[in-house]
Ligand binder design. Structure first.
Ligand SMILES: O=P(O)(O)OC[C@@]1(O)O[C@H](CO)[C@@H](O)[C@@H]1O
Length: 342
């Protein structure tokens, strides 16, 4: 069972335009669709679509459209009722695949809501679905106004304090202050899922363009996180595919380009693909392969539609191991050597 936390969920409205977007004009849409969204919610939807039990933890009143949409989609959730309505985010898609997205801030969360959300999350990890404890906890997306930027670190500590060695592994997918905050107070997620921009931001190594152009530099950046105690880094590099970096090795995955209909939520499906493979016991390279296959399948579907496992094509993904110099910071050899030195 995998629990996700989405502190700032949204109703994702996707408007498909019949032609290019014209700024300042009145245009008629070809179609409009809506999905319950927010990064953790999307991960739960993708896991559920592939038959893995997942519970989405989120704020929101029982009658909020996001909660109603989750019920209609058959996705399990645990919600903390709050006074304000959740946000709606808007996506405009053009026939050539260009996507324009506008995300709004979301309703404020006060300190007591935040405390209550952490308690709800801990309870859900313990026995959310039929008494089954969570194997992974996914902390994903932005934080709404009022939430402390270190909320993900506070959650990680609360969960690890409660469950000790039996704590679920923790994956973080965020950006900006919440991503930096997830590493505060000595917190060490088991998995971080940055894109090139976020990887540059959180490590201070290179720029988005440099990391996208040079996977070896991206590996070097990710290694600095491994050296700080992060378990694994799943980095998406746009056209250069994706990387997985652990203390044991580094892998790169590429695949032929897909005709993208909407890339919104493709990263969330990638994370779901990784987790599906991981809980099935796959080795790291195959977890990365499934991540890329899931992301590509999601991009070929409209709006924030999530693919099922059967709609993905892992055989189309090429995975290669990247050899690492023995003294690379964060490598298993370097960590063993530093332990001996201590
Ligand atoms: O504003 P955030 O929390 O960073 O991102 C929210 C969001 O863009 O992320 C998902 C796609 O990854 C969408 O479902 C949702 O609208």
């Amino acid at each position: 069972m995998i629990v996700t936390l989405t502190v700032n969920p949204s109703l994702d409205r996707t408007i498909e335009l019949p032609g290019p977007l014209v700024r300042g004009a009145v245009q008629r849409a070809a179609a409009i669709s809506g999905d319950p969204g927010g990064k953790g919610v999307n991960v739960s939807r993708a896991l559920t679509a592939s038959g893995l039990q997942s519970i989405a933890v989120l704020p929101g009143g029982d009658n909020d459209p996001v909660l109603s949409a989750l019920r209609s989609a058959g996705v399990s959730y645990a919600n903390l009722p709050i006074r304000s309505a959740l946000r709606s985010n808007i996506t405009l898609t053009e026939p050539d695949g260009t996507t324009t997205k506008i995300n709004v801030p979301g309703p404020a969360l006060d300190p007591s809501d935040q405390e209550a959300l952490i308690s709800l999350l801990v309870d859900t990890c313990a026995a959310g679905g039929n008494g089954i404890a969570a194997s992974w906890l996914v902390l994903a997306g932005s934080l709404p106004p009022g939430a402390s930027p270190d909320l993900y670190a506070l959650v990680a500590h609360a969960v690890r304090r409660q469950f000790g060695d039996a704590a679920p592994r923790i994956a973080v997918d965020s950006s900006g202050p919440p991503l930096l905050g997830a590493l505060m107070h000595g917190a060490t997620p088991d998995l971080l899922k940055p894109n090139a921009e976020e990887l540059a931001e959180v490590t201070g190594v290179g720029s988005e363009d440099e990391l996208e152009a040079d996977p070896l530099l991206a590996v070097q950046a990710a290694r600095t996180l491994i050296a700080r105690g992060v378990g694994a880094v799943l980095a998406t590099l746009g056209a250069k595919g994706a990387l997985l970096i652990t203390a044991e090795g580094a892998w790169q995955a590429t695949r032929p380009p897909v005709a993208a209909r909407s890339t919104v939520g493709a990263g969330d499906s990638s994370l779901a693909g990784y987790l599906l493979a991981d809980v099935a016991g796959a080795p790291p390279g195959d977890c990365l392969r499934q991540a890329v296959a899931h992301g590509a399948a999601a991009a070929s579907l409209p709006g924030t539609t999530v693919p099922t496992l059967a709609q993905t094509d892992p055989a189309a993904v090429t995975v290669t191991e990247i050899p690492l110099p023995a003294n690379t910071p964060g490598s298993a050899t370097a960590q063993a050597a530093s332990k001996e030195e201590n």
